[in-house]
Design a protein around this ligand. Structure first.
Ligand SMILES: NC(=O)c1ccc[n+]([C@@H]2O[C@H](COP(=O)([O-])OP(=O)(O)OC[C@H]3O[C@@H](n4cnc5c(N)ncnc54)[C@H](OP(=O)(O)O)[C@@H]3O)[C@@H](O)[C@H]2O)c1
Length: 275
């Protein structure tokens, strides 16, 4: 299958109101003149982005305010996006985390995380993949997972579980689709400097090499999707860490990660309970 060309294509991005999704939207508009479908809950932010990108680049943006934790909103995203014009690429990037003891997480917060990070993603992939196959334009889908989907992450236990689901789901589905003209890419960043890290005790890692700059991460993600990589981990440091974890016992890696995150929790007035 040929590499994708995003130029003047129409790409849907979930989680476009902030962080990685916002950075990918800007890059696609400014560099590729791609038309965009911007999805998130915060309509004001999406409308601001639409005005900025349409004004500066001449592309057209469709805004869909949707809470992807709600099944009816997920269905509406597909219906409204495809009714307004042909979609070529789909970037399923919206996600939430909980940093702290799993046992301190409200059950309702876990349910919302599962619905957003997992159920909405599987539903949208299940709707868009047959659609893209039928259109026959050689488009693709990218699922934004995390290195937390490749390794256990104490104090982000539920999040790591959701991302492990996404990683396995995407890689398995990609194999099912081998030889068909639609690619499935799973993008697995390490820490990124976004609201997800800044607005939590993960800001402990701010200004360290452990957080990747959001624009470079967005570039890496779009490049992986364009090349139709099955799985991509951006950044040399992340890839080196991943390689090291393959050489060491998983138990040791889990201990080291847990110790580091425990320190971050303590530094941020610790939500941690002593066991
Ligand atoms: N930051 C990191 O260190 C890191 C590392 C690896 C992977 N990732 C992954 O990268 C993706 C983007 O995260 P980010 O770092 O850019 O975080 P972010 O700045 O907090 O952005 C998250 C985006 O997801 C949207 N979102 C969250 N819940 C939603 C819901 N129920 N319905 C619709 N949209 C929802 C948010 O929009 P609204 O609030 O407006 O709805 C926002 O646009 C996530 O999948 C995350 O797991 C992040």
């Amino acid at each position: 299958m040929q590499a994708m060309n995003f130029t003047s294509r129409r790409i849907l991005i979930t989680g476009a109101s902030s962080g990685l999704g916002l950075a990918m939207a800007k890059l696609l508009a400014n560099r590729d003149q791609a038309d965009l479908v911007l999805v998130a809950r915060r309509l004001d932010r999406l409308n601001e982005l639409k005005a900025e990108l349409e004004g500066s680049t001449g592309i057209s943006c469709q805004v869909i305010a949707a809470d992807l934790a709600k099944p009816q909103d997920v269905e509406r995203v597909f219906t409204e996006a495809t009714a307004a014009g042909e979609i070529f690429g789909v970037i399923l990037n919206a996600g939430v985390t909980h940093f702290g003891n799993h046992l301190d997480m409200e059950w309702s917060a876990f349910e919302a995380m599962l619905a957003t990070n997992v159920t909405s993603v599987v539903r949208l992939v299940s709707l868009f993949t047959p659609y893209l196959l039928e259109k026959g334009q050689g488009g693709g889908v990218m699922l934004v997972s995390s290195m937390a989907g490749l390794l256990p992450v104490p104090f982000q236990s539920a999040y790591a579980g959701t991302k492990a689901f996404i990683t396995n789901f995407a890689q398995s589905l990609a194999e099912e689709l081998r030889g068909q003209p639609v690619s499935i890419t799973v993008f697995s960043p390490g820490g990124i400097d976004t609201a997800m890290t800044r607005d939590s005790q993960l800001r402990y890692f701010e200004n360290t090499a452990l957080l990747q700059d959001v624009d470079s991460c967005a570039r890496d993600g779009l490049e992986a999707m364009r090349r139709r990589d099955g799985i991509a981990v951006p950044g040399l440091l992340n890839r080196a860490q991943l390689f090291a974890t393959r050489l060491a016992p998983r138990k040791l890696i889990t201990f080291i990660t847990g110790t580091t995150y425990r320190k971050a929790l303590k530094a941020g007035n610790g939500q941690e309970k002593t066991a």
